[in-house]
Design a protein around this ligand. Structure first.
Ligand SMILES: NC(=O)c1ccc[n+]([C@@H]2O[C@H](COP(=O)([O-])OP(=O)(O)OC[C@H]3O[C@@H](n4cnc5c(N)ncnc54)[C@H](OP(=O)(O)O)[C@@H]3O)[C@@H](O)[C@H]2O)c1
Length: 279
């Protein structure tokens, strides 16, 4: 197949790119690195030249926080919506949208809401669509994974409040496997939550990262949520990942029923112990 892949230079997109190439697909990569800026791709017409002969589209562009010139509205909503509409115009049938867990009726941050808005556009179009909603994705090259690993390696692990926020990290290989399944499966028009085998607490995640790095369990330090939120207001300018909204999303929890994904893949996704062994 000839596949247009946006975000091909990113963490998840890069893993998808290599898997598609290994499977013998021809890939049209779309990123600023490849000369295409989503902020200039806000109409279906802008996308038409890139869709010639394309059989399927995978959208893996996203940002975790807004920075100068990079807005959720443009990158998560307007540009993807224009791309999806261009697919209808050019006869590209199959579209895989990498959304995010929490981009649903209960979405409460601009990140989630902008993703959900694009997902809704896609769901209403006459396309063979898939909306994939990954939880926290980890694996080689992941920025959040690197940050969590640094936290886990500290002599004393700082926690947000009690550290009992529930997360369900998914290994990037399972995200890739889900995307590949979307390209081959007969029945489309599906939303799939892409999560790891089981939920765990944030503190258990950090201690597991620490253990797989060969270190003994560390003492933890509970930092009050109010203090974390206050420092996040400043830290967001240095590390966008630390935006207060991202703390709120973590605090809210990020888990889902794994069974629909297991049925879709025909197997269970990896547990964090299995996944961390792959890295
Ligand atoms: N990582 C996770 O834990 C996670 C969890 C749930 C959902 N997701 C979603 O999965 C998708 C991929 O995430 P990721 O972790 O792979 O992110 P990433 O590593 O930051 O990659 C983002 C990609 O988007 C491209 N991009 C950014 N701004 C662009 C622009 N203005 N125009 C064109 N391309 C642009 C980047 O390429 P250039 O910089 O070269 O332009 C890069 O290829 C995102 O939609 C994200 O919301 C990720």
């Amino acid at each position: 197949m000839k596949i247009l892949l946006t975000g091909a230079s990113g963490f998840i997109g890069g893993h998808i790119l290599r898997a598609l190439q290994t499977a013998g697909h021809e890939v049209v990569p779309i990123t600023r690195h490849h000369g295409v800026d989503f902020t200039h791709m806000l109409t279906p017409e802008a996308w038409l030249p890139y869709l010639k002969g394309v059989d399927a589209v995978i959208n893996s562009v996203g940002i975790i926080a807004e920075t100068r010139g990079q807005t959720f509205a443009a990158l998560h909503y307007h540009a993807p919506a224009a791309l999806f509409r261009a697919c209808v115009m050019t006869g590209v049938l199959r579209v895989v949208q990498i959304s995010a867990l929490g981009a649903d009726a209960n979405a409460f941050t601009p990140y989630q809401l902008s993703k959900q808005a694009a997902d809704e556009v896609l769901r209403k179009l006459p396309l063979e669509w898939f909306v994939l909603r990954p939880s926290l994705v980890y694996g080689t090259g992941g920025a959040s994974m690197a940050m969590f690993q640094r936290m886990a390696n500290l002599p004393v692990i700082p926690l947000i409040g009690s550290g009992t926020q529930r997360i369900q990290p998914v290994h990037v290989s399972d995200v890739v496997a889900t995307v590949l399944q979307c390209l081959s499966v007969a029945s489309s028009r599906r939303t799939v939550d892409v999560v790891g085998a089981a939920p765990l607490t944030f503190v258990a995640w950090l201690q597991t990262l620490r253990r797989t790095a060969g270190k003994p369990p560390a003492l933890t330090l509970r930092i009050p949520l109010s203090l974390i939120m206050a420092s996040a207001q400043v830290m967001r300018f240095l590390i966008p990942l630390l935006h207060p909204d991202n703390v709120r999303m973590l605090q809210h929890g990020n888990t889902a029923d794994v069974q629909p994904l297991a049925a879709f893949l025909g197997r269970m996704p990896l547990s964090v112990e299995e996944g961390l062994c792959c890295i």
